[in-house]
Design a protein around this ligand. Structure first.
Ligand SMILES: NC(=O)c1ccc[n+]([C@@H]2O[C@H](COP(=O)([O-])OP(=O)(O)OC[C@H]3O[C@@H](n4cnc5c(N)ncnc54)[C@H](OP(=O)(O)O)[C@@H]3O)[C@@H](O)[C@H]2O)c1
Length: 299
């Protein structure tokens, strides 16, 4: 079978890392989709338009589709239910139906926010119970993907950081703006998170896709991938300051639940199913974040 992979959201924080990972491997023919940031070889496709989705899938004929595009900011989702429905649900339906018609495997990228965070660690078959509309929309997207074909897969990941186009692109690196300026930063020291490098997951996804083509029956259903370092936003902030020998004096811990859309307390993901299939790397946060922030560091 020809190894052809289509990556949606290939201009986004995570999709870029996935797209780059497959491009690096000559054995894969790779097509990345984007929308407002379509440039270079990325193809502009509005995935909320069914005819555009059918057209690109029927002409490229991927064997694998990594569906990463989504609205992923919880507060944006709360404020735009219609836009979120179109992007997180309708587009997923269009992609999965078109994939089914050509026998392509869909890996739907999801989130730890499908869990309520009260009873970690979460196994792959743990019962989801999202606390906010973002988590609910991603869970609904999972159901669409798995109902379209029992062969499809879901990969849940936690808060991400990686190569950024601007500091506020990731919920982790945005904190560095105030740290660098030395101004007061009140950072949540309540919710427990597992910040994970996009490149680590992209590498694991490429291995999983290879396994899928070799052994389809072994690679279906729900997977998790996450780092093992438990950190609050406060811990991440202190680690970022320390990586550049900056003062931590103005970083203040906030020990109450975060404001805005309700957030789960601790969504630690157990990754056993994926660990049995791929040799995943886990970049230490202090190392990964230093490399990501270095180009933005101004003394
Ligand atoms: N970031 C995190 O911390 C995190 C954590 C857990 C799970 N996830 C999941 O990971 C996935 C990727 O997230 P991300 O952080 O990479 O998101 P992102 O940086 O916000 O990127 C979103 C992507 O969706 C594309 N897109 C938006 N509207 C589109 C449309 N109408 N047609 C086609 N493409 C469209 C964007 O393209 P343009 O920019 O070109 O318009 C962009 O490539 C999502 O499924 C998210 O739920 C993310």
């Amino acid at each position: 079978m020809t190894k052809r992979v289509l990556v949606t959201g290939a201009s986004g924080l995570f999709g870029r890392a996935i797209y780059k990972e497959f491009l690096r491997d000559d054995s894969w023919e790779t097509l990345g989709l984007a929308f407002s940031r379509a440039k270079d070889k990325l193809k502009k496709v509005d995935i909320t338009d069914e005819s555009q989705v059918k057209e690109v899938i029927n002409s490229f004929k991927p064997s694998v589709i990594i569906h990463s595009a989504a609205e992923r900011k919880p507060d944006a989702v709360e404020n735009d239910p219609e836009g979120t429905k179109n992007l997180n649900l309708s587009a997923t339906e269009y992609i999965c139906q078109a994939a089914k018609s050509i026998g392509a495997w869909v890996l739907y990228i999801s989130t730890d926010y499908v869990f309520d965070g009260t009873f970690p660690p979460y196994e792959e078959d743990a019962k989801p119970n999202p606390l906010n509309k973002y988590g609910q929309s991603k869970l609904d997207g999972e159901k669409i993907a798995l109902q379209a074909s029992s062969d499809n897969s879901v990969l849940r990941v936690p808060i991400l950081y990686g190569d950024i186009e601007y500091l506020s692109e990731s919920a982790v690196t945005v904190l560095f703006e105030k740290i660098m300026a030395g101004s007061e930063l009140i950072a949540s020291d309540y919710e427990k998170r597992y910040p994970t490098h996009c490149g680590d997951i992209a590498d694991a996804i490429r291995q999983l896709a290879d396994k899928r083509l070799q052994n389809p029956e072994k690679v279906c259903g729900v997977f998790h991938w996450s780092s093992k370092e438990e950190m609050t936003k406060y811990d991440m902030s202190v680690a970022m300051a320390s990586a550049f020998s900056l003062s931590t004096e103005n970083i203040k811990p906030d020990r109450s639940p975060s404001k805005g859309a309700p957030r789960p307390y601790n969504t630690h993901l157990s990754c056993k199913r994926m660990e049995a299939l791929v040799s995943g790397r886990r970049t230490p946060f202090s190392e990964g974040i230093k490399a990501v922030l270095q180009p933005y560091f101004k003394k």
